[in-house]
Design a protein around this ligand. Sequence first.
Ligand code: ZN
Length: 465
Amino acid sequence: MKNTLLIKGAEVITASDESKADVLVRDGKIAEIADKIAPTFGAETIDAKGLELYPGGVDVHTHFALPFMGTVSADDFETGTRAAACGGTTAIIDFVIPSKGGSTLDALAEWRKKAEGKAVVDYGFHMALVEFNDKVAAEIPKLVQEGLTSFKCFLAYKGAFMVDDLQFLGVLSAAKKHGALVSIHAENGDMLVYLMNQLLAEGKTGPEYHPVAHPALAEGEATHRGIRLAEMAGAPLYIVHLSCNESLKEVKAARCRGQRVYAETCPQYLLLDESLYRKNGFEAAKWVMSPPLREKAGQEKLWKGLRDGFLQTVATDHCSFDFKKQKVMGKEAFTKIPNGIPAVGDRMNLLYTYGVKQGRLSRTQFAAVTSTNPARLFGLYPHKGTISVGADADLVLYDPKKKGTVSVKTSKHNVDYSAFEGFKLEGLPVLTLSRGEIVAKDGEFVGKKARGRYIKRARFETHED
Ligand SMILES: [Zn+2]
């Protein structure tokens, strides 16, 4: 009975239900959920009275070991997934970003190699498509066969990852044909280049100009365009890292028309604001990311968007760069600051405290936006993303009374700062289980090395032929 674990007396909370129950875990899966389960001989029993059991977090937007802007993001699949586990997240989906002209299948193999032997929780991949042509179209069904069932296009990063509208339409219709979901980075790449050139020509090179070069207008425009292009292709669309009301309005309008448009926001857009760019000179580089942090006034609209179901998921866009060694690469010009922040280990805890505890989200909504919805949209459900008999025992046990503070001193991220330094937390995970194994206890990693597995994900919908 070595592989049996009994969690007794927790409040079991999923996206649809809350009830007090015992949960029996056997051989990595949930074997039974009932009012009372008698302890079996040899089973490890966890007294979870007063604690809340949620489906393990699913973060569908991370960038571990990503070569980007002349450097490589600081967290690799080991440190990144360890931080995830300690913060209650038990599955991540990272992005393969192939080079132009290269094979996407080779790129997938390369990314799988980066994760194998390192990741400690289960992981999947999205494929960024930085161009569209016959070769890419022919690779799409092969990628879907490999369990890679979602693609991403950048409407920004002109001259690097950006695709034009015609290429994007090609991706949408090819992905639709094979039952895959397409997501977009929605900022108008030409608008950004125009603004960047103007600012640099005026000698405005500091990090405080990064948000000026990435206005909400450019995000709203690209969101609108992406949605209309998806409408024309008759394809579903997922908007990553939605940061402001300009784009939320577009998502709302599309969903009210009945279009299948889904959107993700991130803890940074819910909790941090653009005033950080005006503090302490170059220190502002810590929060240089795209889209940038927005006005404080917009944050409650994003929370409401989550509550009302217009936004379905909260992911992190975790892409960490060391301040002293990497962010400084942009000392001369904000356009050279590696974009991104560390957040994968903070997401669940921030959402719990500032969502559930502060009354912005119910507990079931917390389970939905951090786990169930992303698992459903990206083909992990029902193995992951819920607590039901037969599902993987990917679980997180929260102590709603336990207090803490976010700090670089206790953070498991492999960087020299925390983007959320000083944020008070109330409610912390005391136990994280991945496929029935205890991988984190009281915020410390206790699992085995390299135990994470590649997840072959299901398609978004059955393909048409
Ligand atoms: Zn990203």
